[in-house]
Design a protein around this ligand. Structure first.
Ligand SMILES: *Cc1c(COP(=O)(O)O)cnc(C)c1O
Length: 435
């Protein structure tokens, strides 16, 4: 895989370089020149394959020249080793549950694959690295779990104080070992900006091998394409053959970009729906053709509180670049917090299914789109986190207590360890330099 920078002012790189650099020096994003199409025979038999078999076939097509097959198999087996079931909740509507990994959010797919791929490359080069990652909640937990106890890798996680749920905070701050949490007195955008500045800082990059784990890293994007194929496989197995619409609850638009990669590789998708909360920069762009980032606003679907989505350019390029092309692939919808609560409650009352706020945003986006379209299609909404990660909101909205998986309840009794940090880059830099 050869990758270019979307700003076209940095040299092309190999997969290995893109994975460890994260961002090109010109501050663009790495994109592969070529995205191969999978053969029809793969789609003919996909219903018989497991998620890890599908992941292997997709990964082989993308990375076959970078990682030998046997190593790639090992990487997949270590990282894509949990299910992503498709659950029918209403006629023509399915939830793709992406929260069955260790941190109980879809980010486990990206974080675990990235950790396994990095550790494969590091074994060959005998280096150590320092991962910096900004999180609005779920990235931190997935990255902490994915990299925990990985030799030669140190992880620093920046999260906005008071803006992540109790369980999310415990996931970031209770592992210890090679994982350190910084509690930043600001927003997610502040955290993301500190990380971006660190990568562009000469002094820091001469002292450390810094690497990114945010969704800008191409190695997080690739494995997120696997579960779109797997969802299709499950539909096929169930004998469903209507056109498929995927609704993706979105913040930085890594998840949706991965869906577009799957489509480019030949997956039949009728439409993607980009569903956001009131941070509706992309739905606005889809409606008007004008892309206007602005500071993020807090919502109850806080993993999507993003005012300047970092994968926007990738999404745009993957959907065909020109606005007229993009809107052929992606429709937009957004919900305010009241809409989201109403949706959570209505779906629970009607079906008994409990959704996290992000999933509810997707449910509403899918329903609106399907109603508007008025055609007979199969709708798949991506459930990006287990509801128990957002316990206060869920119980407050449903007006009842809900069961908590053992894996999450065990965390609540553990003690938080985090280092307070301002939003000033000089403070962050000094902290890193004295490590
Ligand atoms: C990260 C996250 C999202 C947004 O995903 P993007 O790839 O950033 O668009 C949505 N829901 C949950 C629960 C998340 O953790």
């Amino acid at each position: 895989m050869i990758l270019y920078s979307t700003k076209h002012a940095s040299p092309d790189v190999s997969l290995e370089e893109a994975v460890f650099r994260g961002l090109p020096p010109d501050n663009g994003l790495y994109m592969p020149y070529e995205i191969p199409t999978l053969p029809q025979s793969f789609f003919d038999t996909i219903g018989d394959l497991s998620i890890s078999e599908i992941a292997f076939e997709v990964a082989k097509a993308l990375l076959g020249n970078d990682v030998p097959e046997s190593d790639l198999k090992g990487i997949i087996e270590r990282s894509i080793n949990f299910e992503a079931p498709l659950v029918g909740i209403e006629p023509n509507k399915y939830v793709l549950e992406l929260f069955h990994g260790p941190s109980m959010a879809f980010k486990d797919f990206g974080a675990r694959f990235m950790a396994a791929l990095m550790s494969y490359f590091l074994q060959k080069s005998h280096q150590d690295i320092h991962i910096l990652v900004a999180t609005s909640g779920d990235t931190g937990g997935a990255v902490a779990q994915g990299f925990y106890n990985t030799p030669d890798i140190k992880v620093t996680i920046l999260y906005p104080t008071g803006k992540v749920s109790d369980i999310q905070e415990k996931q970031l701050t209770t592992l210890g070992g090679n994982v350190t949490a910084l509690e930043v007195d600001g927003t997610f955008d502040d955290c993301q900006s500190l990380v971006k500045q660190a990568f562009l800082d000469q002094e820091l990059s001469s002292k450390y091998n810094l690497a990114s784990a945010n969704s800008i890293n191409i190695s997080r994007l690739i494995p997120q394409s696997f579960y779109y194929f797997n969802a299709y496989a499950q539909l096929k197995k169930a004998g469903v053959d209507k056109p498929v619409v995927f609704c993706v609850p979105s913040g930085n638009f890594g998840n949706l970009s991965a869906g577009l990669i799957a489509q480019r590789m030949g997956l039949p998708v009728k439409m993607f729906v980009a569903a956001t909360n009131i941070n509706n920069i992309v739905p606005n762009y889809l409606a008007s053709g004008v892309y206007e980032p602005r500071p993020s606003q807090e919502t109850i679907s806080n993993a999507m509180d993003v005012g300047n989505p970092s994968n926007f350019i990738r999404m745009q390029l993957l959907a065909g670049d020109a606005y007229e092309e993009v809107v052929k692939h992606i429709a937009g919808d957004f919900s305010n917090d009241d809409d989201t609560r109403v949706t959570m409650k209505e779906v629970y009352d009607k079906t008994g299914y409990i959704m996290c706020p992000h999933t509810a945003v997707a449910y509403r986006g899918l329903s609106s789109y399907m109603t508007e379209l008025g055609e007979d299609v199969t709708g798949v909404l991506l459930s990006t986190a287990h509801y128990a990660k957002f316990l206060d909101v869920v119980e407050g909205t449903l007006g009842t207590t809900v069961p908590i998986p053992e894996r999450l309840s065990a965390l609540l009794s553990k003690e938080k360890v985090a280092i307070p940090m301002s939003t000033k880059f000089s403070d962050f830099k000094n902290y890193l330099l004295q490590l």
